[in-house]
Structures are given as C-alpha cells and as structure tokens.
Design a protein around this ligand. Structure first.
Ligand code: ZN
Length: 574
C-alpha cells in the first residue's frame, strides 16, 4: 500500500530515476556504509561492533541502486496484496512455488519492477494464462506486458520461482538449520539483504501491500509460524502439510517470515488480544515463565501510544537461534529466556537485567518499524531510534523515571558520532548504529526541550496515531513536531540527525562580575535549544542560541552545572 506521504515525495525520488534505468558508476559520492556482518551476538544491530578505525565504505553497486531507488517501474504501480504460496524441502534445501502479486497501476505502462535474488530461478510469470517476458538485472526483475496496463486498473500476476535461497552470515537470509536435538529448524531474517533473497516481491520500503496470505507446505510433523492470523493447515497427502497464515494489515516485505521447526505452542490473552508463543519443546517451561513479560510490555506501549497495532493478527513470540527480529505480529526471539541482552547488562547501569531486552526491543517495533515505517532505509532511525526510546518508556512505566534516566544515559557510551544518522537515500544504505543510541538520546533531549511532560505524552501518543500504518520520512516527523509544539525544531532535528557532531554548550565565566556567557557551537547556524543550567534541583532554563548571551550567576565555574542527563550535549567551560 502506498501511503499518504507518497505524492509530495515524487519530486525527491525523481533524481534517482536517472540511475534506475541506465548504467551506474560507483562514484565516490555514492558510497554507502559497509555491509552489515551479523554475528551470533549482534543480530539486532545492523553493523559489527565499533573498531578503532572505521572500515572503508563499500562502493555502491548497481544492485544497491536497483533495490534502493524508487525507480520508474516502481513508481508506476501501487501494491495491493500478495499471496505467497510455497513448498519448503528441508532435504533438498529448496524453496519453490509462486507469489500472486496484485497491484494497481498509477500510470499507463508496459513494464513493472519486481525483485528476486539472482541465486533463485524465475520459472515463469503469468498474467492469467499469458506468459510474460521479463529481464533480470542484478536482483531486479523487470516484467514486460504485451499490452499497456492502464492507470487505475488492478492486475494480478503469478510469479513462479524455485531454487536454493542464499544464507548470509550465520542467520541472515534464509537458513536451513537444525535445532539442538537435530531436527530441522528453518528460518528467515532479511532486513539488510532484502526479502527478495527468498521470495519475489517489490523489495523496497515505500510501498506495502494492504494484506497478505502466506501458505507454506512443509513435511508433516513440522510447524510453520509465519506472520498474521493462523488460518488452518491442510494435509496435502504427499507427506507434506500446508500451513496458511493471513496478514490483515500493511506489512513491510522484510517482515515476512518463515519459522519452521518442531515447535510447541502455548497461548494467553491480554484483554481480547490473542498472545501465542512457539518454542522448542525443551524450552517450554522456561518460556512460560519468561514470556509473561510480553503482557507488561504491551501494556506499557499501549499506555503511551494506544492499542497494539495488529490486533486482528494477534501477537506472537517465536523462538529462533539468533537473538531476535521484529517480524510483524510474529516477533523472533532468541534471548535464551533470560533478562538483559544475551545475558549481558545492555546499557551497563544495572537496569537492563530487570527485563528481557529482546522481548522489549523487538516488540517495540510493532509500533515503530512495523506500524509507523520509514519509506526509505536511509531514515531507519524512525524504526530504531524510536524503538530504543520505547525501551526507555517501558523502563519508566515499569520501574520509574529514575531508572529510565539511568538507562537512557547508559547509551552514551555506545555513541560513535562518526557519520550522520540519516544515510544516503535511494541506495538501500543501512545507517550507522548511532541511529539507535544517538537516536534515543536525541528523543530524550527533545522531551527536555518540550519541558512539559503532560504535553510530551500527548505529543508521543498523537504522533504515533497520526502516522500509524504509514511509511514516512524524517521531514514528516519534523513537520509534525513543529506544528504540534509551535516551535521551530528543524535545526535541532537536523543537527542531531544530519550532522556528525552533537552541539556543544560553550560557557565563559567572569567570576568577578558574577556572570557567564553562553552560546551553542553547532553545525546548524540557526541551532537554538533551551537548556537547564546552574544548580541541580534548582535549574535555570536559558534560551541558548549560536550567539553569545550573558546571564548572572552566583555560582563559580566549578559549581556551575548543566543537565547533561536530560540533554545529549557537550559542555565546554572557560
Ligand atoms: Zn530494532
């Protein structure tokens, strides 16, 4: 489904159309972050841990552009629905079947762009009974129609494919694995590499289907847990059983998941929301204890933002052998049924051992990432910065404000400030991990700028409600906060999201006069941010700008404090 913010962004994407059609050179200006190297301990994060020297950025490839740009053969159509209907063979390690893709043309045209990884075969593509011609280019599949498709008309094509899907690193892409008892354990996780690593679709972030059927045939005795509501299973009479799932909401293609294993199932309710849990039988008792946390998590997020977004589909946690992933309504869980993050105190301040980080973080994405989604990977902080902030809200709701402040400030040690949080648009570039840590510290700062908690809670709630089920960009977030607060926050957002450095509050003391001069040093010339200074518990708010101003203070240089737990800033004193 294409969302309300689509049209006014056509002008922005026009620049990419040039690149979508022709050859693309890997010029220095088109460089992206190095490809993520997931490890067993870092699946939730899209990059390896910090090293002393940042690795050189990988050149942008033609495949990156074809997948990342909203090119002319994507712009001309709007997704309506998918029915992914496949057979998974654990012995041969193959996937085969079809995706029926229903879409509406927005312009007259004879070609659309779909995507399927080059490791997989296109068997045939049909419009009704008519075979369609197609051209493969890197991961893109350009489908050509013998007659013009007309704007406003709806069409369904059946895209048949088969092959051995790619496994990237230890858990990425599509993995034919085994559980500890040696039974098949097959799972997908493809946010970085894209859903087209294992099934044909329009593999981008701007346009989502409005609903989706997922049908997965697997050997009898195994269970497939996919997204959405469980519809039923059918014995196919050939040793295979088909599991049918129905997603009744828009869904990002990378959220679509298979989890095939010897799962045990138990269920619960939160009000009239169905909670379903799927774990290996050996882990059932541990799971029944640990997954109680799902209720408190949902209650906390519903308190701040409103109803769980995918109520008709229910909420599920599904055990996987990697740490976790926010697959919509079927959250992948691999945190070993213990608190913290893989047994560690995640922000190092004694708060994270009070809760299961993966339940709290990955499920937070149901609100930010899955319901409110970014329209381009460049603006992925809308998923990760916000969801990291949801962790802080969970802590505040559950353990109180003091713990929340400790927890969020624990993230400071993880910030790198090496490149801006917002990455290059249109090239499927994954932003740096600062989108999580600096992102959350920025949102904590924004709360202090609003400086009125009642208003802040209303803002958060209304922001989510305004953009739920939509795909938006940072400009939409900034415009909303400007409009709702009546403040001009654009330079503030830009400084934190589009520059490398955080602002520095410069202080020059004149103790003889009992005054201090203050100003912001920032990249944004119009940067302005009120900040609490002076004495803790008796702060004075100064309206600091990039110009020098003077305030009176009885405090000496070494007594004069700045509320750096409420604002993510540097302070320099002279
Ligand atoms: Zn996340």
């Amino acid at each position: 489904m294409i969302r309300s913010n689509f049209c006014r962004r056509l002008a922005q994407v026009a620049v990419f159309l040039v690149f979508g059609a022709g050859g693309v050179s890997s010029s220095a200006a088109w460089q992206t972050a190095s490809p993520a190297v997931p490890t067993a301990t870092s699946p939730a994060w899209r990059r390896p841990p910090a090293t002393a020297t940042a690795p050189p950025p990988a050149p942008v490839t033609r495949a990156d552009i074809l997948r990342g740009a909203y090119g002319p053969y994507r712009v001309n159509n709007d997704l309506l629905s998918y029915h992914l209907d496949i057979r998974v063979d654990p012995e041969k390690q193959t996937v085969s079947g079809k995706n029926s893709i229903r879409f509406k043309m927005l312009q007259d045209g004879t070609r659309i762009q779909l995507d399927l990884h080059s490791a997989l075969n296109v068997d045939k593509i049909l419009l009704g009974a008519t075979p369609l011609a197609y051209v493969r280019d890197s991961g893109a599949v350009f489908v050509d129609f013998p007659e013009t498709l007309h704007a406003g008309q709806e069409y369904t094509i059946d895209f048949y494919y088969s092959g051995h899907p790619l496994t990237t690193a230890r858990f990425g892409g599509f993995t034919f694995g085994k559980d500890p008892a040696g039974r098949p354990w097959i799972y997908t996780a493809c946010e970085d590499i894209g859903a087209s690593v294992w099934w044909p679709n329009k593999d981008q972030w701007r346009d989502e289907v409005e609903n989706m059927q997922i049908s997965v045939a697997i050997p009898n005795g195994l269970v497939d847990v996919s997204n959405g509501k469980f519809v039923g299973k059918t014995d196919l009479g050939d040793g295979y059983t088909r599991w049918d799932w129905l997603v009744q909401y828009p869904v990002n293609s990378y959220d679509v998941a298979l989890n095939i294993g010897n799962y045990a199932h138990f269920s619960d309710q939160l009000g009239d929301l169905a909670l379903d849990f799927y774990v290996l039988p050996e882990d059932l008792e541990k799971a029944k204890k640990q997954f109680v946390q799902a209720k408190g998590m949902i209650e906390a997020y519903q308190h701040y933002f409103g109803e769980y977004p995918f109520k008709k589909d229910g909420y599920k946690l599904v055990e996987v052998p990697y740490a976790g992933m926010e697959h919509q309504s079927a959250v992948a869980y691999g945190n070993h049924f213990t608190n913290g993050y893989l047994g560690r105190d995640w922000t190092g301040v004694g708060v994270s051992p009070k809760f299961d980080f993966i339940i709290i973080h990955e499920s937070g994405h149901e609100w930010f990432g899955n319901s409110v989604s970014a329209a381009d990977r460049s603006d992925m902080w809308i998923h990760e910065g916000w969801t990291t902030y949801l962790e802080v809200l969970y802590v505040e709701y559950t353990f109180g404000h003091e713990d929340a402040l400790k927890y969020v400030n624990g993230y400071k040690a993880k910030v790198q400030n090496r490149e801006p949080i917002i990455a290059e648009r249109g090239i499927a570039a994954t932003p740096p991990q600062d989108m999580y840590f600096k992102g959350v510290l920025f949102l904590n700062t924004l709360r202090s700028v609003v400086n009125d908690d009642a208003r802040w809670w209303t803002l958060l709630h209304d922001f989510y409600q305004h953009f739920k089920y939509q795909n938006i960009m940072t400009e939409d977030v900034v415009a909303y906060f400007n409009q709702q607060t009546g403040m001009y926050l654009t330079p503030l957002f830009d400084q934190y999201l589009r520059h490398t450095a955080i602002p520095t509050l410069e202080l020059k003391f004149n103790e003889a006069d009992g005054t201090v001069d203050y100003r912001w040093q920032a990249d944004e010339p119009d940067f302005a941010m009120p900040i609490r200074v002076g004495k803790k518990n008796d702060w004075q708010v100064v309206q600091a700008t990039t110009y020098w101003q003077t305030m009176k203070t009885p405090l000496k240089k070494n007594e004069f404090d700045v509320a750096t737990d409420l604002y993510f800033v540097n302070v320099s004193k002279e």
